[in-house]
Design a protein around this ligand. Structure first.
Ligand SMILES: Cc1cc2nc3c(=O)[nH]c(=O)nc-3n(C[C@H](O)[C@H](O)[C@H](O)COP(=O)(O)O)c2cc1C
Length: 300
């Protein structure tokens, strides 16, 4: 039975990876999760310099999920390269580094630096709703999506994944723009902009006022967007948004995702990734599917 998938020349043992920002670089989870079994670890976003993130409170629970406005807190690329890459290199899994920035120059600085590191792929976050500049400012304008993709591709030595925002009118326009700019792979969805009011404090639940909604509540939106994007472009798509179980992951795969990420589920069940991998395997045995590629995009 084949569960291996190929993303722009990078072969993953199975299609299940972690969603950026929900798994650190795997250190806290290594007690619960055999990192060797993951298709890939996608790290928390890393910038050229340390970012403090947004004021607290930065997370709140919602029905079927959560909203967060962490604001891409990260230690900067120097610490990341010294501390996190050697940690991840101990395991037999692929390393995908999520990159954030406020300007095109910021992204390029990180991409250039990582091009000399033992990293398998780069995921460029142009879709964070919680930072004022960069992030989503790039991700909501197709011309900007194409331009930043083209810039990053000039400097990257690893295949480039462009992470798209669901906070747009038509995801296919953004997907095509990233493909036109030379993206090797797309990933989606990042969080949906939301708001929660704390009625007892009579103020916003998050200091940032708005935050990104994630978890099962967003899954139908995410599956729809993956399906639409998969119909619109030729490059592979990594699907995510509310995956809690193998059945959820299979929905994305059948809709056209060549790989999937498990995000918010890790906070509820630290073993979620392992259960999703096992569940896909069980499904394939039960339904006598000998190759995962027979499932990818099978629903049209
Ligand atoms: C607490 C938190 C932090 C996140 N940080 C990042 C990040 O640094 N970079 C990024 O591209 N996405 C980040 N995301 C978005 C997730 O990677 C994912 O796209 C989104 O949460 C949808 O998947 P899920 O519903 O399985 O969580 C973050 C999400 C959460 C909940």
């Amino acid at each position: 039975m084949n569960m291996k998938v190929n993303l722009a020349g990078v072969e993953l043992d199975n299609p299940v990876m972690t969603a950026s920002g929900t798994f650190g670089s795997g250190e806290e989870y290594s007690e619960f999760v055999d990192l060797n079994r993951l298709g890939a670890v996608v790290t928390k976003g890393v910038a050229n310099i340390p970012w403090a993130g947004n004021p607290t409170p930065r997370i709140a629970e919602t029905y079927g999920g959560m909203i967060n406005a962490i604001g891409l807190q990260n230690p900067g690329m120097d610490v990341f390269i010294e501390r996190d890459i050697p940690f991840l290199k101990q395991f037999d899994t692929k390393i995908i580094v999520n990159v954030c920035g406020k300007t095109a120059e910021d992204y390029i600085e990180v991409v250039e630096r990582l091009s000399h590191e033992p990293v398998d792929m780069l995921e460029i976050n142009i879709s964070c709703p919680n930072v004022k500049e960069g992030g989503i400012a790039f991700g909501q304008d197709p011309k900007a999506v194409e331009a930043i993709t083209r810039e990053v591709k000039k400097y990257a030595r690893q295949p480039v994944i462009m992470k798209l925002s669901p906070n747009v009118t038509d995801i296919t326009v953004m997907a095509k723009a990233a493909e036109a700019g030379g993206a090797d792979v797309l990933s989606m969805i990042n969080t949906l902009t939301g708001m929660k009011i704390d009625v007892n404090r009579r103020t916003f639940a998050l200091a940032n006022k708005t935050g990104g909604l994630s978890g099962p509540a967003v899954k139908p939106v995410a599956v729809r967007m993956v399906y639409q994007a998969a119909c619109a472009v030729k490059i592979p798509i990594i699907g995510m948004g509310g995956i809690m179980t193998a059945e959820d992951a299979l929905e994305f795969i059948l809709a056209g995702a060549a790989a999937v990420c498990v995000g918010t589920a890790n906070f509820v069940n630290p073993c979620a990734t392992m259960e999703v991998i096992q569940g896909i395997e069980d499904y394939m045995i039960k339904h006598q599917v000998d190759d995962i590629y027979k499932l990818i995009g099978a629903v049209r």
